[in-house]
Design a protein around this ligand. Structure first.
Ligand code: ZN
Length: 451
């Protein structure tokens, strides 16, 4: 298991290194720069042509679409919306076998593992789009950074509170060692690094920001240009806190493992995400974000229901540009997997469920899973498998893996539940069944929320 985690981390690091000076990334950025100069209606037309070409070239060889040709005829129009469960049950039918790809298992919103094929060039285009968001804040991919992320970069911290990773040119801080001692150590270890950005989960950056507010100003943080927020929703008070303490704008982006829609937050209007036309076409149907991705030829997903809520709007009034100058359409009020995504550690510190997210084979054996928290610092992973009862060794293996990942911030237990018990009231499985409310005592020193 560890072996596969290490090789995954090597692949991820190699992809990042290659992305930093890849002509593919540069080409993407150039295309986006040109499209930014176009008029909003021209962007829409460009995107229609691009989707048409993508479908003709890649989706026509996909078994599912051959059987359901309405997707090929009208990829952004009349075909039925593709739901996650359909893709989960017959993921092989969505593959274009001619395109080399990596297999990726995601946690899946509903708590059921979803198996995806991601083409190699799709990894580059992912970084290209992230590079685009960052560049709007004056940050390049390989600029020096402080990073608060978990295992998603592949490498474990092996009990260390922080590690410098040359490839990413960042000091990565474990989200499970967020203490005064770590922060003090962090500042002395970044003097030579001279970071220009903080990158990570809002929940992990928050304790650092509160500490910096209490103990600063710190000259080591004076060069920060942006706070790059990954993977989870940030609350308004957190955004205000970061803006104030780090004197730098928070920058967010929206995306999914399935790679159908990518949005870059508007630097002028917080909460508005400009849909990058090079990535996918966004529609909103019944208040849900439906996307047709154009970067992953290995598994083209057309009219795919992201299960995220949102509202689609033109960039500006009456067909004009946004105040930031962008002619790209806007997604706002984005809501979904980001909600209820926190668990609380030993001292009520919020921990992102993204840090708990796992891609391990050991978990793919369970059909359904869900985290439940009822007490401070304790989280129960509840699992179910159709038609069989997971044995004690499997449960212990899953527990060990998770416990190793979270360190001493949380005590993990793993139990078997009936699949039906994992259904929420709405008939959808919640990833986190959060029944505990922290006292807020440790985190009450927040700036007042805007009225
Ligand atoms: Zn804008």
């Amino acid at each position: 298991m560890k072996g596969s985690a290490i090789s995954r981390s090597r692949v991820a690091a190699a992809a990042f290194r290659a992305a930093c000076d890849s002509p593919l990334v540069t080409a993407h950025l150039k295309t986006l720069a040109q499209l930014e100069l176009a008029e909003p209606n021209e962007v829409v037309q460009w995107q229609e042509r691009r989707l048409r070409r993508f479908v003709d070239r890649w989706a026509t060889a996909v078994p599912y679409y051959r059987e359901n040709p309405e997707y090929l005829r009208s990829p952004d129009g009349t075909a039925a919306v593709l739901d996650k469960e359909t893709v989960r049950r017959s993921s092989a039918a969505f593959a274009n076998p001619k395109v080399p790809a990596r297999q990726v298992t995601t946690g899946g919103t509903g708590g059921r593992p979803l198996s995806l094929r991601i083409s190699y060039s799709s990894f580059f285009s992912e970084w290209a789009h992230i590079a685009y968001v960052w560049s709007r804040a004056g940050v390049r991919l390989n600029d020096p950074k402080i990073t608060f992320r978990g295992s998603s970069l592949g490498t474990g911290f092996y009990g260390r509170p922080m590690i410098y990773q040359r490839t990413y040119n960042h000091m990565a801080v474990s989200p499970f060692h967020l203490s005064e001692k770590t922060f003090t150590e962090l500042l002395s270890s970044i003097r030579d690094l001279r970071p220009v950005a903080i990158w990570g989960y809002p929940s992990s950056i928050t304790p650092f920001a509160l500490w910096a507010a209490r103990t600063g100003p710190h000259p080591e943080l004076a060069r920060l240009r942006a706070v790059l927020l990954a993977s989870e929703g940030a609350l308004d008070w957190q955004l205000d806190l970061f803006r104030e303490v780090f004197d730098a704008p928070p920058i967010r982006w929206y995306g999914q493992s399935e790679k159908v829609v990518f949005g870059a937050e508007c630097p002028r209007v917080p909460g508005h995400y400009h849909v990058t036309p090079t990535y996918g076409v966004a529609q909103v149907i019944n208040d849900r974000i439906i996307g047709s991705g154009m970067t992953n030829a290995a598994m083209p997903l057309l009219r795919y229901d992201t299960e995220d809520g949102g509202v689609l709007a033109p960039p500006g009034l009456m067909g004009r540009r946004c105040a930031c100058g962008s002619p790209f359409v806007v997604l706002r009020d984005v809501a979904g997997r980001w909600d209820q995504s926190l668990v609380y550690g030993m001292h009520d510190e919020p921990i992102s469920s993204a840090a708990l997210n796992f891609h391990d084979e050991a978990f793919a054996r369970f059909d359904r899973f869900q985290f439940r928290q009822e007490r401070r610092g304790e989280v129960e992973l509840r699992v179910a498998s159709a038609g069989r009862v997971p044995d004690a060794a499997e449960l212990e293996k899953a527990r060990c893996l998770l416990q190793h990942r979270v360190g001493d911030r949380l005590v993990i237990s793993v139990t078997v539940a009936a699949a039906d018990d994992l259904l929420s009231r709405r008939g959808k499985i919640l990833m986190i069944d959060q029944r505990y409310r922290p006292s807020q005592a440790d985190f009450s020193a927040m700036p007042a929320q805007p009225a």
